[in-house]
Each structure stands twice: as C-alpha cells, then as structure tokens.
Design a protein around this ligand. Structure first.
Ligand code: XIL
Length: 732
C-alpha cells in the first residue's frame, strides 16, 4: 500500500498518471455510467430502500443513477402495512411506491407472505384462539388482493412466499404432537396450520389479483446443496400441480469467502430447469464468514475496512457477477440489499455493499460496472511453464504463452491468500483453496510483458512467494515474476558472446559521513592491454551514471533491469562502442510520505558529483570529461537526473529520463551544454507528455529522441527498452 501511495505520488509529479488516479485526491468510483446502464443487456439492477433513501437528495441521486429496480426493505411487509384486522397503514409504503412512480422505476413487491414481520393476527380470533385454515386463507387473500391492487401498476415482480423451506439441520414435522419425519419445510405458523397448501394458496391469490406480474418464491441459502434441493422439490411439486410460480428469488446474503463460482453456478443451473425467471433478490457480501439467515450483526461506529478485506470483497463481487452474466438469459434482476453500508441490516462493520457508510462508492462498484465482456469466456491456454525467475526446482509461479500467471501457495490454515498482481486496477489475484488444501489461482487475463514485483498477502500479512527470487523494489526485497516479452532477446543471457563484469563498489561519502554503495558494469575486455610492446595501453571508457527509482537501490538496474546483459548484447552485436555504467544508490528511499514536493536531490547531487564521480575516475579507466559522461534515471531517478543535469550542466553531456518526467527547451539555459536527450515511457503511462517534449526539443534544435514502449506501464520492461535505445545514441 505504502509503495503504491508513494510511487503514485511520484508519478503524479512527473505528470505520468491520469487525473483520476492522482494521489491525494479521493477517487470517485461512481464516475462513469450507472450500473444499470452497464448491465442493460444483461439484467436490471435493483436496490432495497428505506424511507431515508427515498427522501434524501444525495441518496435519491445514487438510486436514480445506479438502479432501475427498487424493493422496499421493510415498508411493504404485512406486519407494517396490515398490523391488525381491518387496520392498514400505507403511508410509508406509498412513499416508496410514489417515489418509483415519479421516477419511472419498477418495483419488486416484497413480500406478501412470510413467517417473519407478518400479520400474525391472521392466525387467531378476537379472543386469541387459533382460527381454522379457511379463516386464515380468507384473511391472506384479502391482504394479497388489497396490496397487489394498490401497487401492481408499479410492480413487475412479487415475492409471494418468502423463506418457507427449512435450513440445514432441519426441523422435524409433528403431527398431533408426534414427530413424523425430518421436514423440508420451515415449521412456521403458516405451515403448522396449513401444511404446504398455504404456498399454493398465496400464489393463487396473487395471480388472481395480478394476472401479468411475475410471481416469485424467494429464499436464502439457495447455494447450500440441501436447501437448494428442498427448494427445487417444492417448486417442482407446486408447478406440477399448476401453482402459478414464475420464478425463484435467490436472496444472496453471501460473504467474501462463500459461495464459489461452481456452487453458485450449480444452484442457478438447477433452478433454471424449473423456471424461466431467476432474480438475485437480496445481494450483500458480509466480510465475516456467516451467510443466509444466521445473523451476527456487526453494529457500532464504522471501522475502516482493511485493504485486503476490500480486495477479497471486490474479487468475490466480480466472481459472482461473472456467473450472473453467464446466466443472463434467465436472470432478469440483481438487487442489492440496501443502498449503503450505513443502511445495511448486517451493520456498517460488515461493509457488505457497493457504497460505504458515507455513501462513497467503493472500488467494487467500478469493477462490477467496468467488466470486460470479452473476458467472461476467456480461458487461459494450458501451456504454463515455471517462471524464468523461479528458485531452483520450483514449479510455481508459472506463466503461459499468453502472459497469464499462475500461483500456488501452501498455507493450510490460512483464511485468504492474495497475490498482489492484478489486472485493470484490481487489488490482486485472490487464490482459492483447491481440493488438496493448497491455494491456487491464475491472473484474470494476460499480464503486461516483462518484469513485475509482487508479494503475497496471507490473512492480511505481507510475505514473499517462496517459489521465486527476490528483488529490491519497494524499500525491501520483493518477489518477482517475468512474463516473456516478444523482444526478450535483447536482454537474453547468451552463450555465444563475451560478457562484462558487474562489481560492487564501497566508497566513503564525506557529506553523509558513511559508506555508500554503487554497482559498476565493466564491459568485456575492460583492463586488457591493447596494442603491442611499448605502445600497449589500457583503453579508457565513457561512463553512464544510471539511477534506479523510488523503493529501489543499486542492485535494481543490474538485476531486474538486466543492464549488464543489455550492454553485453549491444556490444557483441556491434551496435555500440563499450562504455561503463555506474549505478549508485540514489538516496530515494528515505523520502517521507507527503514530502515529495520538497524533494531537491541536493544530497544525492553532492554524493554523486563531488564524491562518487571523483572516486570512479580515480579507480577506473574512465574518460573523465563531460562529453564522455551521461546521466539517466528511471522514475524518481529521472527526477534526480533532471534536477542534477540542469544544475550541473558542466558535468554531464548526455541526459536521459525514463518514465521520469520531461525537459522543455525553457528548462535549459545553454543549448550547447547537452549533445543528446533521451525520454521514454510505457504506452500505458503518459506518452503524450514524452512526444510533446521531444517535439519541442527537436524544433528548438536539440538532438532529442523519444521512446514509447509497447504494451507496458511503469515497470522494468519499459526501462530495459529505454536503456537499449538510449545506449545506442550516447557519447556521439
Ligand atoms: C430484513 C431487513 O433488512 C431488516 O431491516 C429487518 O429487521 C429484517 O428483515 N430476508 C428477507 C428480507 O427476505 O426481508 C430481510 O430483510 C432479510 C432477509
């Protein structure tokens, strides 16, 4: 997280990030089309509302933008509108209905017959004695007819019977006080009085009152195998007997761990054998492990949602919606149960919804809205091989020929394992426990080619992947993976050429009062005598000072940057004359959060220009004038390069910024002080800035060159390509 914040802070300063992702500004995940519009070819998107939701302007705006179906959370329940025989209270129910009528939003009518929040007076007479089922039916019919007639103009689907089936660990059925069998039915007052006939009656009454509205049986835990089959059997029995059931409502009170796609797919597939309409009627994703009707409320002051929990929730929402889309021919509505976490019946601290307790859209909303339909049917090619950066003998992580990455982590008692690599702004790839209890998962799609840092988040703790090597990359050694690039030959380790050497240099920095490190690339043949006899001498070389980015150090260019291999290949292929590269630690990692604006690179300028360069010129065979000295850097190393080259034009004659900002002609006081300027970035960064700057420099007469790297972002393949290109034009 810290890395992301600080590096995006750097990117913003460098003008490389789009406005929406700018650090310091909260991202508005609801910017863009509404959910209902994104799903117009799939199903309607609904929300359960309370009185505040339809009275408060900000909340009304959210409803109108995102949803095109509304359910009354509580205000249409029999206990609310029909508390006593002959007593009706339609005030709240009407307010919601009128809101929908005024805004052209259709409703799901919830609910006509339920064991909870019911008009329990229907079961007893004035003296409190149980009534016969005929009396109950008469009252139920009157209730259903009255409600349906009042609202059928605005309702397209009715939850006629709610939750009539038993949960797992189901109850026993009693007849005359004797246990007869394990019952598939909930032992409600309705059932005890009428058996399952009350279900048939309720649907019949609803059909009488509304010949065209869709009539639903609605229940929770539909993905539990036992309950799924009990619901299936009941609906089948009813339909076979001619009861007008049009659809099944799957409530969908799930959590971030359950169900998986297969369980959900199985339930929908089973129900679609019976009905033409399935609605996901009450969707929310708890962040604890409960589901369905068993409730442990998480009330109290809102506590922030841990980032890894948010990632699990985003991933779960994305997975479930992928299954919903697959069945869009039979699913015609998905309704979220409540508008925001603040409204949720599960309590704010379950964070179950798409809007948080302050009505801010969460990233889940953006992920659901911006789904890629092409990715829904994408299956990776099964030609995975071990990642080239794996430790000896390790099979995982793997990569395939399309650039998918696959991970496998043994953590038997973990609750969640997330790999930080993800596509399109997703928080990462969430692994799932396979049948052997091992965590596995594949990226949602192909990754950008090249090198990626990553780590594992196991139950919220950060770890490296024991399968692969570590690279210094976010102020620590992180795991790395290499997705083969189409042009990878330019940094290949070849057997047919001479290789240079890379050595570690320790030098004393007087200004810092301590030893500093640098890594030095010496081309093949360095130090060898050239020429014969008395004329024999050692060749001297130009030097490129090449800086890493934030979070990295003097090992980053030679190891993950493959600077040495790039040089070896260029020299062997006769594309460049040999030169030395010095890669020093650029003091970038102590920058405190929020202080990047004051970053001057002054300290490093002293270390580099006044201490390291003299040391290098004294200890190595260098050509020590400015026309044999270049400076370049990536990202924050680019910021350093720009600041230092402009302040010390006497020291460096060739300048390079790699995803590290741009020069403009006005920045440069003396046009003769630089012979070559290189600027590059990935095409997923901000190539416009590079193109504009290079064009401006060229028309001002500078020898400037730009490179926009194909299909890459702010990562090392971009910079490897930049080095390869830039190296061919230095010292000319
Ligand atoms: C819930 C409401 O959200 C709560 O405010 C109320 O206290 C209890 O009922 N299944 C249903 C919904 O069909 O009507 C329930 O709504 C949630 C479970």
């Amino acid at each position: 997280m810290k890395k992301r914040i600080i590096s995006s802070m750097v990117l913003v300063l460098l003008g490389l990030l789009p406005m929406s992702a700018q650090w310091g500004r909260p991202v508005d995940y609801s910017a863009g089309p509404g959910l209902k519009d994104a799903y117009k070819d799939y199903f309607t998107i609904g929300v359960a509302v309370n009185q505040t939701n339809v009275s408060n302007a900000e909340q009304i705006a959210i409803i109108k933008k995102q949803y095109n179906s509304v359910t009354a959370e509580n205000d249409w329940k029999p206990g609310v509108i029909h508390p006593k025989e002959g007593v009706w209270d339609f005030e709240k129910a009407d307010r919601i209905a009128n809101f929908c009528r005024e805004n052209g939003i259709k409703m799901r009518g919830h609910c006509l017959c339920w064991h909870s929040q019911f008009a329990d007076w229907m079961f007893v007479d004035k003296k409190g004695r149980p009534v016969k089922k005929e009396v109950f039916y008469e009252r139920l019919r009157d209730h259903i007819h009255t409600v349906v007639n009042r609202y059928k103009d605005v309702v397209y689907a009715w939850d006629v019977v709610n939750e009539a089936m038993a949960d797992d660990g189901r109850p026993f059925e009693f007849v005359d006080g004797k246990m007869v069998k394990a019952s598939p039915y909930r032992q409600s007052r309705h059932f005890k009085l009428c058996g399952d006939e009350f279900i048939a009656k309720a649907f019949t009454f609803a059909r009488e009152a509304d010949p065209t509205g869709l009539l639903f049986y609605n229940d929770y835990s539909c993905v539990d195998e036992g309950k799924r089959e009990r619901i299936y059997d009941m609906v089948k029995k009813m339909k076979d007997a001619g009861v007008p059931i049009d659809g099944i409502g799957m409530q969908g009170h799930y959590n971030i761990y359950f169900p998986d796609e297969a369980q959900l797919d199985k339930a929908i597939s089973r129900f679609r054998e019976l009905v033409k309409h399935i609605h996901i009627t009450e969707l929310d994703l708890r962040t604890n492990k409960e589901t369905g009707g068993q409730l442990r409320f998480s009330r109290g002051e809102a506590k922030p949602q841990a980032p890894y929990i948010a990632t699990l929730q985003e991933d779960q929402y994305a997975r479930l919606f992928k299954v919903f889309r697959k069945h869009a021919d039979v699913i015609d509505n998905v309704t979220f149960w409540n508008l925001s976490d603040k409204d949720s019946w599960l309590g704010t601290n379950n964070h179950p919804l798409l809007f948080d307790e302050n009505l801010k859209a969460k990233r889940s909303l953006q992920i659901l809205r911006d789904f890629n339909p092409a990715a829904d049917n994408r299956v990776p090619k099964e030609d995975f091989v071990p990642n080239p950066k794996n430790q000896p003998g390790q099979q995982y992580p793997m990569v395939n020929s399309e650039g998918y990455a696959r991970f496998r982590v043994e953590a038997p008692d973990a609750q969640s394992v997330i790999v930080s690599l993800g596509l399109g702004g997703r928080g990462g790839t969430v692994l799932r426990k396979d049948k052997d209890g091992v965590w596995t998962g594949t990226t949602e799609g192909p990754m950008d080619p090249g090198f990626h840092y990553y780590h594992l988040t196991i139950d919220g703790g950060v770890f490296n992947d024991p399968g692969t090597h570590n690279y210094f990359g976010s102020c620590r050694w992180e795991s790395g993976i290499e997705i083969p690039a189409p042009d990878q030959d330019f940094y290949a380790l070849r057997t047919d050429i001479a290789h240079g050497t890379i050595e570690n240099v320790l030098f004393y920095s007087r200004s810092l009062g301590k030893m500093q490190q640098a890594t030095v690339y010496l081309p093949a043949g360095y130090g060898k005598l050239v020429g014969q006899g008395a004329k024999a001498r050692q060749e001297r070389y130009p030097v490129l000072y090449l800086q890493h980015g934030w979070g990295e150090n003097e090992t980053s260019w030679p190891v993950q940057g493959h600077a040495g291999l790039i040089m070896d290949n260029l020299i062997a292929d006769g594309k460049i004359k040999p030169f030395i590269i010095v890669m020093a630690y650029g003091l970038t990692n102590d920058i405190k959060f929020g202080t990047i604006g004051q970053f001057t690179a002054k300290e490093f300028e002293t270390v580099l220009v006044d201490e390291l360069i003299p040391y290098i010129d004294q200890h190595y065979l260098t050509k020590s004038d400015k026309w044999n000295r270049a400076m370049a850097g990536l990202s924050m190393g680019g910021m350093e390069t720009k600041l230092i080259t402009l302040r010390r034009p006497d020291v460096f004659g060739y300048w390079g910024l790699l995803s590290g900002g741009t020069y403009m002609p006005d920045d440069i006081k003396d046009p003769t002080c630089v012979r070559y300027i290189f600027e590059g970035c990935g095409d997923k960064e901000n190539p416009d800035a590079i193109n504009k700057s290079v064009a401006a420099l060229q028309s001002a007469g500078y020898r400037a060159e730009g490179l926009v790297s194909d299909g890459t972002a702010h990562e090392f393949l971009t910079w490897r390509r930049c080095l390869y290109q830039m190296a061919q034009n230095l010292f000319k």
